[in-house]
Ligand binder design. Sequence first.
Ligand code: SAH
Ligand code: SF4
Length: 412
Amino acid sequence: MIVLNTCHIREKAAEKVYSELGRLRRYKEHRANSGRPMLIAVAGCVAQAEGEEIVRRQPLVDLVVGPQTYHRLPEMVARVARREGRALAIDFAPEEKFDSLPQASSQKGPTAFLTIQEGCDKFCTFCVVPYTRGAEFSRPVTQIECEARRLVDAGASDITLLGQNVNAYRGEGPSGGAWSLADLLRLLANIDGLARLRYTTSHPRDMSDDLISAHRDLEILMPYLHLPVQAGSDRVLAAMNRQHTRDDYLRLVERVRRARADIALSSDFIVGFPGETEDDFNETLTLVRGVGYAQSFSFKYSVRPGTPAAASKKQIPDDVKDARLRALQALLSEQQNEFAKTCERRTMPILFEKPGNKRGQAIGRSPYLQVVHADDAETCIGEIRDVYIEQAMSNSLKGILVEHLKHRIAVH
Ligand code: SAH
Ligand code: SF4
């Protein structure tokens, strides 16, 4: 059985599914001819959004399963295996899913992800998420705490809480009442054996005072925040229905930095949103210069059928989008390099995750989520060690274990 887990956020990602299915068709036919049948499932948000259309375009698909119904997969596979026809499950029932997924976690190793929230009620005019993932839903606190403890018991010491709108979290507390993300973080911070907490993705409008204070109070909360702004012009932000202005965002960044001076910021950007003028785009550049990002993700606006912006008559030509994306990415990568340079000659706690390509080398993450390589560190995998950063490379940092550094000084 092959499962294609799919993304619908931009057109390119969605189209890849069909080209991949074309390739798999030959493989499936070849196997069928030699008496070794196989199943093909399409899962994820393309499955959710396109449903039966997938089977119409590519009849070799046996199962179509949306993100809200993964727990039905075993039953669906059994049905197809009994030759009862194709199976399709794309309804919305998030509570049921979390209640029915197996408790045993397949995640092993020092870093883990934990979904605490799904869906979105914000309806940015470019975005498919509210349609593919449905309304905001938060898992109850106790369920999350149990899962976090299980992950830590299985070896995790760095947990990232996940949600499409993670800071809109409002989950049922242990004795009723709704808990915020900040409340939840304060609880999880006490789990023995857990060293690092992160959360993603946040919406600027939901960055509440108590969440900002958590960045000041909780040592365990890593100094890295992904806070997408998308664009720098008020006109475009309003047309996107982002529900905040440029100034709101800049003031928010200031407040977050006041709470935690060393916090590193990252963001998502969209260039070429319908109606975006050269002046609007320049405001994105000036916002980026004003904030200074450690890391960023930037995209050309992609028309998503069914979203309000798709119907706009003011679509931007592709060559203009290309030029803007190049200009923005040049600035963002300059900032990323600058940030990496500021890490040189500093000592940072690195959580080592896996062996590197070179013998004895290990790869880990800094508090700011940067990839760090160190030689002779293989025995440190699963542990946090102090590393002296020698050099910033294009997408990673090179360091040396502080204990080796002392040895090196002694030898010289
Ligand atoms: N909830 C998060 C983002 C989730 S989608 C937020 O509000 O910030 C992840 C990113 O994909 C978005 O931040 C946006 O930059 C990008 N994206 C979403 N729809 C897009 C589209 N139609 N075209 C281009 N990029 C898009
Ligand atoms: Fe999409 Fe994020 Fe806007 Fe929700 S808040 S509609 S997920 S971009």
